[in-house]
Design a protein around this ligand. Structure first.
Ligand SMILES: CC(C)(COP(=O)(O)OP(=O)(O)OC[C@H]1O[C@@H](n2cnc3c(N)ncnc32)[C@H](O)[C@@H]1OP(=O)(O)O)[C@@H](O)C(=O)NCCC(=O)NCCS
Length: 174
């Protein structure tokens, strides 16, 4: 398993490196988190996720500046994408796509199932996930405490990649 990988980013002026996220990176993560989310995670939430041995936590750097990150936890056989964010001026350059590609490469299992929750109003993120083969498979009503917004539950599985929800547990209306 490679700990560092350099990705080609046609639009990015500087090369971007993806590597495993570690505790010393967290101050930079918190700064990005506060810029991009109205209700940011606390430092304690990131520390908890990094402490889980089975997770995959990645960060993208340009030179030594952290510009994007992704937190993924494994529960039993399912990979939960808990958080993904790209700093404002680095969005729309393929960084989230590259972080997800690195996640799939590290999990390295064609039978792997991935899931996540996303705000119903977050059309940009939903578009990204649909492009990645995720499909909406249920709703969690009033999931977000800050504004009572519903969460769309999305899955990426061998079945969703072929257009069905056959291997998604308990799919519901979206
Ligand atoms: C959602 C987010 C992570 C996407 O990151 P990104 O690096 O900009 O995404 P990419 O450049 O890899 O884009 C991949 C696809 O996402 C979609 N997308 C990204 N930005 C978009 C935009 N501004 N408008 C519409 N679609 C967009 C497109 O489908 C895009 O593919 P395309 O450029 O070929 O059309 C980023 O916008 C972000 O950090 N947003 C704030 C935090 C957030 O909402 N995180 C998700 C929580 S569930």
């Amino acid at each position: 398993m490679s700990e560092r990988s350099t990705i080609p980013t046609a639009e990015a002026p500087q090369p971007i490196q993806i590597r495993t996220l570690s505790y010393p990176d967290l101050p930079q993560v918190i700064a990005v988190e506060r810029r991009v989310f109205p209700t940011p995670w606390s430092l304690a939430m990131f520390v908890l996720e990094l402490s889980k041995e089975s997770g995959v936590c990645l960060a993208a750097f340009t030179e030594e500046r952290l510009v994007a990150y992704m937190i993924c936890s494994r529960y039993d056989t399912v990979w939960h994408i808990m958080n993904i964010a790209v700093d404002l001026e680095y969005q729309r350059r393929g960084l989230a796509t590259a972080l997800l590609a690195e996640l799939y490469a590290r999990v390295d299992d064609p039978r792997a199932r991935y899931t996540l929750e996303v705000r119903r109003s977050n059309a940009v993120a939903i578009h990204l996930y649909e492009r990645e083969g995720f499909r909406g498979a249920g709703m969690r009503r009033r999931y977000y405490q800050d504004n009572g917004e519903d969460a769309l539950v999305m899955w990426r599985t061998p079945a969703t990649l072929t257009g069905s929800l056959d291997d998604v547990p308990n799919p519901g209306p979206v």
